[in-house]
Design a protein around this ligand. Sequence first.
Ligand SMILES: [Fe+2]
Ligand SMILES: [Fe+2]
Length: 221
Amino acid sequence: MNILTHFSEEHRQIAQGLTVLNVICNQMLKKNSPSQADMENLFYFFRTFVEENHHGSEEDILFNKAGDLDMVREGGPMCTAFMGHRMEFDLVGRASHRLQGYQYSTTEKSKKDILQKLYTKNHPLIMPLEEHLISTDLLNALEKEKDPEKFYMLAQDYISITESHSRKEDECLFVLLSQLFTLAQLEQMYQEYLERKNRPDGRVEKALQILNELSLKYKRS
Ligand SMILES: [Fe+2]
Ligand SMILES: [Fe+2]
């Protein structure tokens, strides 16, 4: 297994979580609210599996190393898919606008060394990293939002950004990185990922267990 194929597999699990969120949103609009326990479990999945495990590992392991590659530094990931999508839909801009008025904080994440390092160099990898940050902001706002219609709008932003982010990584960034890193380097990064993931607390396994349970309960009709 190499890190890129593994991350692409995780994108499919993330998409499963987004389907659950979408089903819950539609039910809420019909005044059919999910139980408090299901909502807590869904947020546990997004926080633990998507934010901590997936985005965290991309940043700490893959982006950290990719940030030093000349081809990436010179603008590699700014492929047409990234730029075209950004200019056409401006999902991040729309979500930032919606988030005005919410109390949220990305400060802990923004303090990460990798972000500081890339920001100071005006590095192209800032683009996917900014999408990680806005996802965190949206989750923070979603967790506080009690109004079903506002919750729905925030959730649609979260779903759109996360779906397009995964697609751009699969179709552009990971394709480029698969050419720039050797297979041995990609396999080594997967080993680093396993060491990071296999912490004794079993949080990632619990998040995936939750995903399976919620997916059975909230199916797309
Ligand atoms: Fe990502
Ligand atoms: Fe990803």
